[in-house]
Design a protein around this ligand. Structure first.
Ligand code: GLY
Length: 302
């Protein structure tokens, strides 16, 4: 990011961060620099908590062994999150509609982080000016970097963004689709997804068109998620739905769907306003039941 001028948070690497804890502007983000299944991040509000976080990561090795032999301490960006999925054909990046993921388990953005517990598309915080800022300071420099490094693969590129008061910043960058972002975005696609991917592989130009509509994905979870939870409960009510849904964590046994993961179902509401999609998604959610079911209620309202 630094090499190609993609706007991202200020950061530094440390193999011994304790000596610097007095000098930081809190809150800060402490990250394991190695692989930690996407979970190696702790946000700390003060010096004491930072010390504890460093102990957990570096001494107690709560992530995989070696993942936090070195840590990254990063500026904590405040604002509204956004996700943008794009298709890269080796020469050009073509974005889909923007989306807003909700990662915290609790209402009002409280509690533990999840993989994503609800999404709306398009992202209500992305104005034309913000999109232009994103294009100039994130998407274009990423493309310039890919080209300068002779990286001409075909792939989905998924960026996680923070819209702050002073501009859009890149939080993360992945060569995969986001979950449940993709469910909200592909639902609104008018272009054919398979054709789009085939064109990317053939290095052809891509134009993605989407319906002039909104969508909301409410994720129904196993009670307890993202901490340990129980599963293998029967899901009932799916046959009564008049809206689309995706099975995320369930398995079919004879004619019955049985829960098999933390995030179980994605229920989709589509409509012409944020209020309408919210109503459509949550009316459908209320028709479904399984033991211990849990869902976050305010998706799209913040
Ligand atoms: N929902 C966030 C992700 O897929 O990484």
């Amino acid at each position: 990011m630094k090499k190609y001028g993609v706007r991202t948070a200020a950061y530094a690497y440390f193999s011994d961060a304790v000596a610097y804890l007095d000098e930081l502007n809190y809150p800060v983000v402490i990250k394991a620099s190695g692989l930690a299944s996407g979970k190696g991040v702790i946000i700390t509000q003060d010096k004491e908590f930072s010390f504890k976080a460093l102990e957990l990561m570096m001494k107690d090795k709560i992530f995989s062994p070696g993942a936090a032999d070195e840590v990254i301490i990063e500026e904590c960006l405040q604002g509204k999150e956004a996700s943008v999925l794009s298709v890269f054909n080796g020469k050009e990046i073509s974005p889909f509609l923007s989306a807003k993921d909700h990662k915290k388990i609790g209402e009002g953005e409280t509690g533990s982080n999840t993989g994503g517990i609800g999404v709306v598309a398009t992202n209500p915080h992305i104005s034309e000016a913000i999109w232009q800022d994103f294009d100039e300071n994130i998407l274009t420099p990423i493309l310039q970097g890919l080209s300068a490094e002779n990286l001409s693969f075909a792939s989905v590129i998924f960026v996680g963004l923070m819209i702050t008061e002073i501009g859009v910043y890149l939080l993360e960058d992945n060569l995969r689709t986001g979950d449940p972002e993709k469910q909200s975005i592909f639902t609104l696609m008018e272009s054919d997804f398979l054709e789009t991917i085939q064109k990317a592989i053939k290095r052809e130009s891509i134009e993605i068109s989407s319906k002039p509509a909104h969508s909301c994905v409410a994720v129904m979870d196993s009670g307890g998620y993202p901490r340990p939870y129980r599963k293998e409960y029967e899901i009932t009510g799916l046959e009564t739905l008049h809206t689309s849904y995706y099975i995320a964590g369930a398995e079919k046994e004879n004619d019955r769907w049985i829960t098999s993961a933390g995030r179980v179902l994605n229920i989709i509401g589509i409509g012409t306003s944020a209020q309408e999609v919210y109503k459509n998604a949550y009316e459908a959610v209320k028709k479904i039941s399984f033991t211990d079911t849990f869902y976050r209620k305010g998706i799209g309202l913040s």
